[in-house]
Design a binder for this molecule. Sequence first.
Ligand code: NIG
Ligand code: FE
Length: 404
Amino acid sequence: MQIINIGELAGIAPAGMVRRQGAEMSQTGILRDAWLRIEGGRIAGFGPMGEMPGGAREEVVDAQGGMVMPAFCDSHTHVVYAGSRDGEFLDKIEGLSYEQIAARGGGILNSADLLHRTSEEELFAQSLPRVLEMMAKGTGSLEIKSGYGLNPADELKMLRVIRRIREAVPAQVRATFLGAHAVGRGYTHEAYVQAVIDMMPDAAPLADFVDVFCDEGFFTPEDTDRILAAGARQGLRPKIHANELAVSGGVQAGVVRGALSVDHLERTTEAEIGALRGTETMPVMLPGTSFFLGIPYARAKDFIAAGLGIALASDYNPGSSPAGDMRFVMALGCIRMRLTPVQAFNAVTLNGAYALGLGAETGSVTPGKRADLILTHPGWTLTKLPYYHQTPFIRRVFLGGEPL
Ligand code: NIG
Ligand code: FE
C-alpha cells in the first residue's frame, strides 16, 4: 500500500534510534508533501512526492494533505479493572485527597473488591472497549498492569484477561505484574510482600514486566528490592511506580535493578535526576494524573536539561486518571509541563515505545518498523495537535499496516 499526498510526514527517526534524550528530544524528522509505502505490515520507504517511484501499486490512499505520524505508545495503563469509582469522584470534589479516599476504604482496595466479584468473562467484556477506544484515539501500543487482584487467584485472573486482550486486538499489548499495588485484604504488610514474591512463578509466564507501587503508605524501597529480585529470577524487568505521593526512594530502587522505566515522578529532587543519568531507565511522566488529582506535575524540563529523555503516558485507571487520550496527554505536557510540541510528541511516540520495550519495533517513521500510523484530516501539523486539543483529527489509524 502507498499513502500519497501526505502534507506532513512527522516522526521520522534514523534506523537504530530507540529513544531520544536531552537535546535530541527537541528534534524529529519532518518531511512535507510526501509519500509512504507499507509492505507486509511494515514501513517500506518514504520520500518527497516529487521523487515518488513509479510502477504498479496495488492500493493507494490519498492523504489529501493530511499528516501521517506514528501511532501513540502508551507505556503505563491500568485499563483492566471492574466497575467504576465515580462515587469517589464526588468525595474528591468535596475535597478529600487520594490518600484520604484510600484510607476510607476507597481507592485501589475498592477496585480489588469489585474485581473479586466480577467474573473473568465480564472483566474482559468491561475492559476491551477501553482498549478499543484508545486505539480509535490513535494508540497503537500499550502496557496494561495487574494490581486490582491483590491475591493469587485474582492477580492471575487479571493477567489472563490482559493476555486475552493482547490476542484480541491489533495493537501491541505488554503486560505488567503489579501484585504490589496495595496490601491485599486479610494480609499483614509483611505477609503480603511474601505473597507477591510467591506469586511470581505463576505470574511470570503471563507478564513481560514487574512493577511495585514504591511510595509513602504503600511499599518501601526494601520491599521493592525483594519483589524486583524475585521478578528478576523469573526474567521480568522492572517498571516502577515511584515518587507520586512522596520522595520515596523508588527511583533509586528501580535503577539499581535495571528498570526499563520509573513512572510518575511528581515529587523528585536532584538526587532522582542524578540517579537516572547514564542509565537505560526511561522516566515516564503521567500528566493526566496530576490533572485529575490536582497534584504537582513532574519536572519534565529539568530532566531534559539534565540530558535525560522522558516519556508521557496516560496512567488510564479508575482512581487517578480515568482517561486514555494520548493527544490530551500531549497537550497537558505542553500546557502544564511546558514541553514544546516536538518534545511532547517524542514523549508519546518513540520514548513511549522504548518504555514498552518496543523502541526497535514502533514509535517512529523508520523503514522496517511496524506500520503503526495515524493519518489525520487535511491541514493538521505536529504543532497543531496539542494546540487544537479537542478537535477531531484522526481520519484513519493503521496498526501493522491494516486500517482499524
Ligand atoms: O498509577 N499510583 C498507583 N496506582 C494508580 C492509581 C490506581 C488507582 O487509584 O486505582 C496510579 O495512579
Ligand atoms: Fe499507575
